[in-house]
Design a binder for this molecule. Sequence first.
Ligand code: SF4
Ligand code: SF4
Length: 132
Amino acid sequence: MSIAPLPQLRPAVGECRSCRTFCDKLIEPRECLRMRCPYLWSYVDGPTGRRFMGCVQKVFRGEIDIAGFEDAERSGGFGGIKMTGEPLAHCPTRVEPAYEGEGPAHICLNPGFFDAEDPDDFDLRTGLPLAS
Ligand code: SF4
Ligand code: SF4
């Protein structure tokens, strides 16, 4: 009996698993706010009055509770949230390695993962539907 090979899983956007370091790209919501990104949405939940914010472009998918975010910012900083979609040129990304180590298993095979886009390429029309 032959065993079918396991399907190759496509790595998720924002993840590199090419070596044992296991890197993730994070978005810094603090910077999204600071730059007043036009794609940062927020709303107030009527019944509870709680406020949430997120990214229209789904560069990160999480909905952030703004009160919790502000509390965290006052006590050390909220930090990053996992990037789950293709970033735009201006998106504030950083790479966080999960397991830093030495030896061949931790030699970076994908140095381009650390590259940031040129923020000067940012165009507010990016991601908007094209006019017909
Ligand atoms: S598009 Fe980029 S900078 Fe703007 S809210 Fe989303 S992640 Fe933040
Ligand atoms: S160190 Fe390099 S190859 Fe290894 S997981 Fe991180 S980006 Fe990928």
